[in-house]
Design a protein around this ligand. Sequence first.
Ligand code: SF4
Length: 739
Amino acid sequence: MRFSWTDLSLSLRRHTGPMTEELALVPANDATGLLPASRLPQTTARLVCGFCATGCGLTAHLQDGRAVNLTADEDYPVNLGMACPKGWEALTPLASPDRGTTPLLRRPNGAMMPIDWPHATAEFARRMREVQARHGLHSIAFLSTGQICTEEMALLGCLFKFGMGGLHCDSNTRQCMATAHVAYKQSFGFDAPPYTYADLEESDVLVFVGSNPCIAHPIMWQRVMRNAHRPEILVLDPRTTETAMAATQHYALRPKSDLTVLYGLARRLAEMGVVNRAFADAHTTGLDAFLEFVQPFTVEKVARASGLGAAQLERMARTIAGGKRVSYWWTMGVNQGHESTRTAQALINLALMTGQIGRPGTGANSITGQCNAMGSRLYSNVTSMIGGHDFAHPNDRRKVSEVLEIPRRIIPEQKSWAYDQIVDGIRDGQIRGLWVVATNSAHSWINQGRFNGLLDQLEFLVVQDLYPNTETARRAHLYLPAAGWGEKEGTFINSERRIGLVRPVKRPPGEALTDFDIFGRLAEAWGCGHLFRKWTSPEAAFQILKDLSRGQPCDMSGIRDYDMLEARGGVQWPWPEPAGDAGSEPARERRLFADGRFFTEDGRARFFFSAPRPPEENVDHHYPFVLLTGRGTSAQWHTLTRTDRSDVLRALAPRGCYVEINPADAARLGIRAQSRVRVQSRRGSLEATAYLTPTVAEGQVFIPMHYPEVNQLTLSCFDPYSRQPSYKHCAVSLEAGAA
Ligand code: SF4
């Protein structure tokens, strides 16, 4: 198996519009893998953006076969010609002079020395095998990402579990989407966001909970702005975010009181007679138990917990009760909480009890974070088996072994540990070798001081990334330079289940390789390459994934090939192989559950609910402020690995860590605007610039997630069902006049 840069010429020939037959037959230049410059057309290529899961279509403008600029694709059904700053600047981070260009191996003196790929892959196999020999087969683990192509993450998961004998692996989607995954799986029977972006334009009431799309998903917000129904836009968020300012109603509830508020809302809606009995009786199970459960959530109780007034709560309920097409939208303010799964399901329950699902402008709709978090949720073969299957289910193991043509005995029957359990495994000495792929855990994982101390205990740490100088890569024993988005081929799956195409429009620097190619080389070095003989290219892998998806809710067997994805502007799953109507084509916008049938065995959705619990760490005399974290600007992405390498994007965001403080709190503590402030928690401290703003309430502070210091403060606390970290609530103190 191999897919290398030499295939770029083929990809361009296939995708860049009119070409003569003669040109299509010109062989690649041996030295560079590129067609001779003089023979390449100056034309365009279409590809999906590689930052967030909105999944905008971009047009790369090519000169001599290489992208020199990007514009937003006017014909792509997601973004309709719009893009946010990250999309416009997506090529710039690829050209950064500090890209990794060759594998690097740490020498005994601590220095990283360049080595070639044969030595790097041999070293990887030798040292991982040594760890396994000393500590057991399951003493190695990987942590991967929602940023690489579906075909790549599928190959990684299959290589590790079926080829290398590993078991424990997870992805950074644990940090953003695990809650939505579990909530949907329990409630609907499958991890199935029901909506299409057209629903943002069709609702007459939109309820955003813990979600700030104005800056986190700006193009989705633009879709809201196209809504012609003069919608009521309700925002439930402790902060007066950009979205809250643009909304028609903002409810500044206390941090982590959302579950109580949503149960109180369900009680009040039932009182008002908004329950859709006909829908609930026909399509759900558990409504009566849920309605009984919410009875104690009186207005008084909700007001006490949330700080919202009775009149506010009544206005919220009346607005929702009066809506004909009500949609509920949530993001990290819900997903990253200590009781996040039940909070997400409280929103699902509201949609189910009122029958606001399966019709235009409705739904309980989780907005996804990373560009391919949905690909990771369905195909990465980590905690769920590839294709949305279950490791514990014998029929699922049989199907996967047959499709992949691998022995059934090499497919594990147990689930992998989740991310936090892998971290605890390092602490306990059970995990000794770790492979980190396209994520920056040393920056982004919760309670960073503890995590980084544990990284230093590893016998072998491999980091595969675009850059050798991320906070995580700097600690590696072996660094593998990877191609980035725009330098490789494959698919992403966006928030609305749309499978979109990514393609190479630039050459990776030096000897950097696509992740797909790196995994192929590692399989050969490990001696298990024969298991993956059908995975000859990303598109060949896509055909395998289609077969794996057959019969699943995420069935995409009807997507012929990459060309169909390009021609259709992506295709939302499900799109099963047509039976009898082979000529049919998918509509550009499709939502789930129009027929009221869910993916549970009996076709009925379920109500899930539990009594709210207080956060694990509350404020006290020593740590009197609640720390909230979240996105800072639309020009910043996660740990800034890519966006900080663009002058344009850097100019659009504040430099250095800052903390937003309410002016009343600042006055009480003698903190002046723009002065330096020490922020301290029980786990660590940081210095930040004070930004005084009434958009944070008294007793709360906000620090953007992008700065490397912030997770020195956060608390290792997880939702019990999704094991997603709670980044949104811990106790801190402020001290004026830090040096
Ligand atoms: Fe890319 Fe997301 Fe911006 Fe669209 S909104 S251009 S997908 S980062």
